[in-house]
Design a protein around this ligand. Structure first.
Ligand code: NAD
Length: 488
């Protein structure tokens, strides 16, 4: 069961000292060396590998998280990402030449990939390693110094990172600040070169306002209600297994967990029966006794989720039991949930799965489009047209057919929201890009003025003709593309 542990909050004056130390560390220029970045990434990988059991035990303590889930969803992907980044960073960091242009090539135009400076990563409780160390990998690769602020709701994990960082990473470049609102508020009063905030939209507004005061670039990785369309023409057993897994992994405390299901009314009971069978497969002794199911992070979150369940007008068909002392909420499926229900009022972020019956796919799409753009949107179907229709008629951070959650780990895919579910992208090279300044650079020879002489006053008719030769403004016919309008 989850139990609390002590977390040493970073004294406020110490936060200022860390800020100054990291700025001084960054200014030494040591991170301009790719070797230094690769070394720090390797140390980070060793930190994860040599302390794997400690990472697992800390999450078991804070969230009752099964070890396999910690490994599958956090530690193993992070080790892989660090090692892969070590290999990829020389390619990512290499200066890039823009496409050839006769007017400019002689000026040797180049995009230099430069670190932004000292960056701040503020993370939530639900994936305490993936959402701190993951972005840190990209920050290091891009040559930034970095402060990581983990969540106070996972005290054992946050303390573990504070203890381990100085043993593996250069303390003049990387530091953990621990604490709650006052500590984060102090961090936000200081100047950073980029802030990545992952968490809820209420705090995101506080972070964005503080960043705006200092014109600090900010990326926001938020949440929301991620819907699932289930088509009667689907692989039912696979759908039920993946759907229920998406809801029970980390007890539903996953930003891209399936939040609710939209299903044609006549297919609802078939889906419920398949979920019942899966439930028995997953938890033959029941989830309360299983060591394959996490607990809710805090009493506040337990009460919040229980209130949503207590308020439902739907029918609980699976689970429904809770135990406050253990912060246990059973994986729970609720059917016949109206769209006005308590379970549909906000992101659930817990192991409750409401099923909302609809007339058809059009009604489901219209409902999703009437709300905020979700972080992820899922469809289970064997029909290519249905999948295409869902993808083409909606907007969301990610769109997945017949799969849930693990798109985040798919190499080369960006992870990010749209609108209220977030701005910016991370994982892999996208994190590197987020923390990189693309510095435009040219080195222009003197003889260019023979060609660009027209820029210098006095402006004459001859110079105007030279300008017209260099930048012709002839357009295609006005209707050149009009027949293409209907082809999209
Ligand atoms: P949380 O309560 O752990 O808070 C996140 C961070 O904000 C913590 O570090 C906390 O100290 C700080 N914080 C809290 N209140 C603050 C305040 N008033 N001022 C400044 N800082 C403050 O986690 P949470 O926000 O409840 O996280 C859950 C949310 O995060 C969900 O909505 C989930 O969908 C979202 N999430 C998004 C992603 C993503 O990548 N898009 C990933 C995980 C979670």
């Amino acid at each position: 069961m989850a139990s609390s542990s002590t977390l040493a909050f970073t004294p406020i004056e110490e936060i200022d000292r860390i800020h100054a130390r990291l700025h001084a560390g960054f200014k030494t220029g040591t991170l301009k060396s790719l070797g230094k970045r690769q070394d720090q990434l390797l140390q980070l990988a060793y930190m994860l590998k040599e302390n794997q059991s400690a990472f697992e035990e800390a999450l078991a303590k804070d969230l009752g998280r099964p070890k396999l889930e910690t490994n599958f969803l956090e530690v193993a992907p992070l080790i892989n990402e660090a090692v892969k980044t070590i290999k990829d960073v020389p390619k990512w960091a290499a200066p890039e030449k823009p496409p050839f242009n006769i007017n400019f090539f002689a000026m040797k135009p180049v995009i230099r990939k430069e670190a932004k400076g000292v960056v701040l990563i503020i993370a939530p409780f639900n994936y305490p390693y993936f959402l701190t160390i993951g972005p840190l990998i990209g920050a290091i690769a891009a040559g930034n110094a970095c402060v990581v602020k983990p969540s106070e709701l996972t005290p054992t994990c946050s303390q573990l990172m504070a203890d381990l960082f100085p043993k593996y990473l250069d303390p003049d470049l990387y530091a953990v600040v621990n604490g709650a609102i006052p500590e984060t508020t102090r961090l936000l009063e200081l100047k950073w070169d980029h802030i990545l905030y992952t968490g809820n939209s209420r705090v995101a507004k506080i972070v964005a306002k503080a960043a705006a005061e200092r014109l600090t670039p900010v990326s926001l990785e938020l949440g929301g209600k991620s819907p699932v369309f289930v088509d009667p023409n689907c692989d039912l057993k696979m759908t039920a297994r993946r759907l229920l897994w998406g809801k029970v992994a980390n007890a539903g405390q996953t930003c891209v967990a399936p939040d609710y299901v939209l299903v044609p009314r006549e297919f609802q009971d078939t889906l419920v029966k398949a979920l019942e069978d899966t439930y028995k497969d997953f938890y033959p002794e029941g989830p309360a006794k299983s060591d394959s199911f996490s607990r809710i992070v805090s009493g506040n979150h337990f009460n919040r989720i229980k209130k949503l369940l207590d308020g439902t007008q739907g029918q609980v068909v699976l689970g429904g039991d809770t135990n406050e002392g253990d912060r246990y909420i059973a994986p729970t499926v609720v059917k016949n949930v109206p769209t006005s229900d308590s379970l549909m009022s906000d992101e659930i972020f817990g192991p409750l799965l409401p099923i909302v019956p609809v007339k058809d796919l059009d009604e489901a799409i219209a409902f999703v489009n009437s709300g905020d753009h979700p972080l992820a949107l899922y469809v289970f179907s064997n029909d290519a047209k249905t999948k295409k229709k869902v993808f083409d008629s909606t907007q969301s951070g990610a769109a997945c057919a017949n799969e849930l959650i693990i798109h985040i780990g798919a190499e080369g895919l960006p992870f990010g929201g749209i609108g209220p579910s977030g701005t910016g992208y991370h994982t892999g090279k996208f994190t590197f890009d987020m923390f990189t300044h693309l510095r435009a650079s040219i080195d222009s020879p003197g003889w260019i003025d023979m060609i660009l002489n027209f820029r210098f006053p006095p402006y004459t008719a001859k110079k105007e003709r030279a300008l017209a030769r260099m930048f012709p403004t002839k357009l295609p016919r006005r209707d050149a593309y009009s027949s293409a309008k209907s082809q999209c």
